[in-house]
Structure formats: structure tokens, C-alpha cells
Design a protein around this ligand. Structure first.
Ligand code: COA
Length: 157
């Protein structure tokens, strides 16, 4: 099992962190598939009720983040990304565990997320106990205009 290095710290992020978030976003997601969010999409959702941006930092450097939302007993992981230079060290798992723990503490009983069909991260979520609950056809729009399905994953906690 991947073990997160103990010198990686998680903290709540905000609007002032979006420049650094966008650097990791653009490096982690392949632009070809249309999974990354724009800065204005991130800025627009941050003030909404139940939304949390969580940052993984090594010293002063942002190496990963998650963006999630809890409404009543349902929580959704909207984004999770780790900088390619820091992948495979347990940081994604650390952020995913924080998502489940934090949302569970405020009453979530069911976790949701969407992943592009074909993204290797499907394996990452399956090993964390998520299972496929549905398919959203043509959900992502690639940079060439091609449409790609999303798989909806859920986990009861
Ligand atoms: C998915 C992602 C967040 C994983 O982060 P990470 O820090 O590399 O993952 P971890 O080191 O915590 O790995 C945890 C487990 O998932 C597995 N895993 C992680 N990425 C994987 C991949 N691409 N393919 C297969 N398995 C993977 C690891 O082997 C590990 O398994 P283990 O616990 O049995 O050892 C990262 O690869 C990423 O940022 N990808 C690009 C953005 C993305 O697609 N995000 C998901 C959709 S929102």
C-alpha cells in the first residue's frame, strides 16, 4: 500500500491558492480529454455551500489537491489531482482518505465521483472501495471535439 510521506501536509485552500492549483491541474490532467477545470470554474464553485478545496503541500510547494462538496448525506469528489512529479507516493490516497473522513464527519453516508472511462485512475478508486454505479454518455469533451463517457463511482461509508 502506498504510504504518504509524513512531511506532506494537508490544509484547507481558498481563492488565493487558485494560481498554484491551476499549475497542478494543467500538469496532472491530459488536455486531450477535457477533464481539467478552468480557473473560473474553480473560483465559481468555491463560495458554494458545502464545497471544500484541500491542498497537499510539501514545504511551500503545492503537489496535489482535491475539490469536494457535501450536501446532506451525499458527498461528491469533483476533482483530485497530484502533480506528476509526486505521483505514486501515496498522496492521492491521502487526499481521498481526507475526503471520506471529512465528509463522513459532517454526515455524508454516500460518496460519489466521476472518472473518464479509460482513465487509469479507475483502478485507484476501485482499490479504495468505490464501485461503478453508472455511465454518463459523452460527458467529457476532448480538445478535438470528441466525446468520452464518464463512469460514476460510489462508496457507502
Ligand atoms: C489518480 C491520482 C490522483 C493518484 O494519485 P497518486 O498520488 O499517484 O496515488 P497514490 O500514490 O496514493 O496511489 C494509491 C493507489 O492507487 C494506485 N494508483 C494510483 N494511480 C494509478 C494509476 N494511474 N494506475 C493504476 N493504479 C494507480 C497505486 O498503485 C496505489 O495502489 P496501492 O495503494 O495498492 O499501492 C493521480 O494519478 C493523478 O493526479 N492523476 C491525474 C488526474 C486524475 O486523473 N485524477 C482522477 C480523476 S478526478
Amino acid at each position: 500500500m502506498a504510504t504518504a510521506p509524513h512531511h506532506v501536509m494537508l490544509r484547507r485552500g481558498g481563492y488565493d491558492d487558485l494560481d498554484a492549483v491551476m499549475v497542478v491541474m494543467e500538469r496532472a490532467f491530459d488536455a486531450h480529454y477535457g477533464e481539467a477545470w478552468t480557473r473560473s470554474q474553480c473560483a465559481g464553485i468555491l463560495p458554494m455551500l458545502g464545497v471544500s478545496l484541500v491542498l497537499a503541500e510539501e514545504g511551500a510547494t503545492l503537489i496535489g489537491f482535491s475539490l469536494h462538496r457535501t450536501i446532506s448525506d451525499e458527498a461528491e469528489l469533483m476533482l483530485l489531482a497530484v502533480d506528476p512529479t509526486a505521483q505514486g507516493r501515496g498522496i492521492g490516497r491521502m487526499l481521498l482518505d481526507q475526503f471520506a473522513d471529512a465528509c463522513g464527519e459532517i454526515g455524508a453516508r454516500r460518496l460519489h465521483l466521476e472518472v473518464r472511462d479509460g482513465n487509469p485512475a479507475t483502478h485507484f478508486y476501485e482499490t479504495a472501495g468505490f464501485h461503478v454505479a453508472g455511465r454518463r454518455r459523452r460527458y467529457y469533451c476532448g480538445d478535438g471535439g470528441d466525446r468520452i463517457d464518464a463512469l460514476t463511482y460510489v462508496k457507502n461509508i
